[in-house]
Design a binder for this molecule. Structure first.
Ligand code: GTP
Ligand code: SPV
Ligand code: MN
Length: 591
């Protein structure tokens, strides 16, 4: 426990509000987690999997109505509505405390309240930040244990400080109608109720490390971004790091853990994972950008993960991991999902908990699928075979490039380079992508998702853009900014670019540009490669196909510019003038 008065007061207030039967502090002792695992297996909250094949692994099924982030019920509660901006849902803080206070009142009666002290970033690093999450969910306790550094060591690092994020979570009744994920950036607080799912309840992740942290970053002069961080080691043994922002379920985990194509492996290329979802970025004394991954685990998308597409992710889940909403193979008590290399199990239970008949499984018919499209695994980073030796580095890793990207069937080319920092901020701010199953709502609809942060900026998006522009002034040694699109499709709707490990071919061009080792051609949106400079050795596609993938159609982009203008309009005068100027430049280059 602790003598920290602010922590004790926070816990006392939560206790008075939620009225649990008892309170348990998560100390970090293995015996407690083991006791909780046993308890969760007794109540059916978790299922212990085959301990020979998957030691320390468990299966969890969330409620049927609770399988993804709920953006419509996620709020930013600051005093002035304008400070939340046109993209966020807003509630007055007093109103939110009152409204949710009623739901929280007595919600833990007969239940245990767990207090989880956790650190985002290595404990004690000056770049790290501390949170306390209070929850009535064992699944949350065990998942936070994988995803963060938790326990008494964090309270020791906190000492007497009041500087921690106050997170309150209750499953309550898992009532969709009363589900709220509410942030109070001005109070360093998060309240989440009536959900038991991932990004809604593992409060260290999107709620703290992005929404609250983006607000802290704006005030303190750093950045919290929805980015993977990966190191590329060349045959000379030099490692260059890049950070990439892709929207949810658009390939961050895959790029972060990619396996180099055979010809690259032979030459001696290696890839090292620093992070797969979140980057906290600061300007170093050398004027470069330095990034840490504040998490300690991967909350990865299961479907499509296999020994061919992402062996490093699959291997990361082989011990001490929790699977959510996947298929339970009853014959050997393991897990399965669509896109696994092995055949669908015949004696199984689907994500809904129903007997699942694999003989009716039809790859073409999603209604026959056994795993939820947003089913996930929570796996410790230490399991990752390609984890970077800089993962715990207190100052993080220096960034050579920042990459934005989304899912665009047509518009965006395979890769292009922005002209300079402000143009790169424009590229990020005007990103669009097709929606995925990571959030509730329609899938496949193109929407603007600036810097892949649309659901995650804890303040006015226009001020967030301004913060990016301001940061550019402080970075004397700027990384170049690029945009990629792995998802262009042909007339049959099939992806043209092979993707996955072969994305290294594009990263190679990006890094060569950063070192001024390769030429590029100017087009209205920036610089694109000469097709011959994208290495296709060993691929079945031709240089002509690469040329197609790189094409920038002026008419399509004129439409795109209109879309950006409409998107920008909602920010009014708050939109930085630099971005308005960039849009005008794009328009004139297209004419
Ligand atoms: P979040 O955890 O939601 O933030 O997702 P993420 O950005 O980490 O996405 P992830 O790497 O888990 O990939 C999501 C989906 O995109 C999976 O179904 C992958 O198989 C697919 N995917 C990833 N990379 C590629 C690629 O290069 N090409 C194609 N065609 N699909 C990809
Ligand atoms: C995402 O949706 O971007 C995720 C999953 O990484 S969640 O933690 O649910 O936000
Ligand atoms: Mn994510």
């Amino acid at each position: 426990m602790t003598t920290n008065k602010a922590v004790l007061k926070f816990v006392e207030e939560a206790k008075n509000l939620c009225k649990p039967e008892n309170v348990v502090w998560v100390t970090g002792e293995e015996a407690l987690y083991e006791q909780l695992r046993e308890e969760a297996c007794k109540t059916g909250e978790m299922i212990k999997l085959n301990q020979e094949l998957l030691p320390g692994c468990y299966l969890h099924r969330s409620a049927l109505n609770d399988v993804a982030r709920v953006e419509g019920r996620t709020f930013i509660c600051c005093k002035n509505k304008d400070d939340a901006g046109p993209i966020n849902n807003w509630m007055d803080p007093q109103e939110a405390y009152a409204k949710l206070g009623e739901i929280f009142d007595g919600c833990m009666k007969g239940r245990t309240m767990y207090v989880i002290p956790y650190s985002m970033g290595a404990v004690g690093s000056k770049f790290s930040k501390i949170g306390i999450e209070i929850t009535d969910s064992i699944y949350v306790v065990l998942s936070m244990h994988i995803m963060t550094r938790d326990g008494d060591k964090v309270l020791e690092a906190l000492g007497d400080s009041e500087d921690f994020v106050r997170g309150l979570h209750s499953k309550a009744e898992l009532d969709e109608e009363k589900r709220y994920i509410v942030h109070f950036p001005e109070d360093n607080a998060i309240w989440s109720v009536n959900s038991g799912y991932g990004g809604n309840v593992l409060l260290g992740k999107k709620c703290f490390a992005l929404r609250i942290a983006s607000y802290l970053g704006k005030n303190e002069g750093w950045m919290a971004e929805h980015m993977l961080i990966v190191g590329i080691q060349n045959p000379q043994g030099e490692i260059k790091y890049v950070a990439a922002a892709f929207p949810s379920a658009c390939g961050k985990t895959n790029l972060a853990m990619l396996i180099p194509p055979e010809i690259y492996k032979k030459k001696g290329y290696k890839v090292w994972t620093v992070g797969d979802d979140i980057a906290w970025i600061r300007v170093g004394e050398d004027g470069r950008l330095w990034a840490i991954n504040p998490e300690n685990g991967f909350f990865g998308v299961a479907p499509g993960t296999n020994m061919h597409s992402n062996p490093n992710a699959l291997l990361s889940t082989k011990k001490n991991s929790i699977f959510t909403n996947v298929v339970h193979d009853l014959d050997n008590n393991t897990v399965w999902w669509e896109g696994m290399d092995t055949p669908a199990p015949t004696n199984a239970v689907n994500w809904r908990g129903e007997k699942w008949d694999a003989s009716k499984y039809d790859k073409q018919d999603k209604s026959t699928y056994g795993a939820h499209p947003n089913s996930r695994f929570t796996a410790p980073t230490v399991n990752c075979p390609c984890l970077s030796d800089q993962f715990e580095a207190p100052n993080g890793v220096p960034l050579s490039a920042i990459i934005f990207g989304g899912r665009r069937a047509k518009t965006a080319p395979l890769v292009y380079e922005s002209r300079d920092w402000n143009n790169g901020v424009f590229v990020g701010s005007s990103m669009a992508s097709e929606t995925t199953a990571a959030a509730t709502g329609a899938v496949g609809v193109v929407r603007r998702d600036p810097m892949a942060m649309r659901p995650f900026v804890g303040y006015n998006m226009a001020d967030y853009f301004a913060h990016w522009i301001e940061m550019g002034k402080k970075i004397t040694n700027k990384p170049k900014i690029f945009n990629v699109n792995w998802f262009r499709t042909d007339e049959n709707g099939k992806f043209i670019w092979p993707g996955f490990g072969d994305n290294l071919r594009v990263l190679e061009w990006i890094l060569a540009r950063c070192e001024n080792k390769v030429d590029a051609r100017e087009v209205p949106i920036g610089y694109i490669p000469y097709a011959k400079d994208i290495n296709i050795e060993g691929l079945s596609i031709t240089e002509d196909t690469v040329e197609d993938l790189l094409s920038v159609d002026k008419e399509t982009w004129k439409e795109e510019a209109k879309g950006i203008e409409e998107f920008y309009a909602q920010f009014g005068d708050r939109l930085p003038k630099e971005l308005r100027a960039e849009l005008e430049t794009l328009k004139s280059k297209l004419n």
